[in-house]
Write a protein that binds this ligand. Structure first.
Ligand SMILES: Nc1ncnc2c1ncn2[C@@H]1O[C@H](COP(=O)(O)OP(=O)(O)OP(=O)(O)O)[C@@H](O)[C@H]1O
Length: 250
């Protein structure tokens, strides 16, 4: 599904990504970990096509199609969803109305007509129940001010509505209390399917106890220096990143 080959990317003439190779297949969940500033969000942004990042070398393709010439909206239409990318603080728009827009946007991208209003409401109700989102939350206005955990729920909810092929969830666990972490992780698990792939960027192994990834990659100074399974995340939590640095130097 996603194939990244020897990707080098910069921002403001600063080299950030220095030769990333990554293959993500349908049905897989990949976790990306790494110290602050190692390039995790940059990698997410480059995949989504954010304009401030410059691809210097290498390629990114989705289902065999090179993404280089595609703008962020076009990549979104191809089924790439990046959390944080969408405005979530629109005045006077309720969560429900925002989700209706998300449903129809993604249908339009797939060449489908708008979904009838009653069907949309049914879908929103079903998915909100699945994701443990209550009715009161649905009627809240987007500019009302959401806590960090509530924003994360909105992101997962939006992902549920858009049914992306590739979802990239950045800082998935940042600012979440234990209950919110469980709810968000359960939501992600419910959205896993054999047809989509999910990349989770996280600092903590705890999240990966809930969302068990197929692969864990450690990014360090713009390179993937180690890949493994969830045991790698455990090892990292025990030993810290210096251990990886030492390993790769040897
Ligand atoms: N828009 C930008 N302008 C200038 N430098 C940037 C920009 N975005 C990222 N960088 C730089 O790129 C490097 C990697 O940042 P990035 O946000 O990708 O790291 P990260 O691994 O996601 O870090 P964190 O764990 O702190 O979120 C940092 O040195 C950062 O200062």
């Amino acid at each position: 599904m996603l194939e990244i080959k020897n990707l080098h990317a910069s921002v403001e003439e600063k080299d950030i990504l220095k030769g990333i190779n990554l293959e993500v297949k349908p049905g897989e969940v990949h976790a990306i970990m790494g110290p602050n500033g190692s390039g995790k969000s940059t990698l997410a942004s480059v995949i989504a096509g954010k304009e401030e990042f410059e691809v210097e070398k290498g390629s990114i393709s989705l289902n065999g199609e090179d993404l280089e010439e595609l703008a962020p909206e076009e990549r979104a239409h191809k089924g790439i969803f990046l959390s944080f990318q969408y405005p979530v603080e629109i005045p006077g728009v309720s969560v429900t109305n925002f989700m209706k827009t998300a449903i129809n946007e993604s249908r339009k991208a797939r060449g489908l007509d708008d979904m009838p209003a009653n069907q949309m409401l049914k879908l929103i109700r079903e998915k909100s129940e699945m994701l443990e989102i209550d009715r009161k939350f649905l009627s809240r206005s987007l500019n009302e001010g959401f806590s960090g955990g509530e924003k994360k729920r909105n992101e997962i909810f939006q992902m549920a509505m858009m049914e992306p092929k590739l979802a990239i969830l950045d800082e998935t666990d940042s600012g979440l209390d234990i209950d919110a972490l469980r709810i968000v992780a359960n939501g992600v698990n419910k959205l896993r399917s054999k047809d989509n792939a999910i990349i989770v960027i996280t600092h903590y192994q705890r999240l990966l106890e809930y969302i068990v990834p197929d692969f864990v990659h450690v990014l360090h100074d713009g390179k993937i220096v180690k890949s493994g399974t969830k045991e790698l995340a455990l090892e990292l939590e025990d030993k810290g990143y210096d251990w990886i640095k030492q390993e790769t130097v040897v």
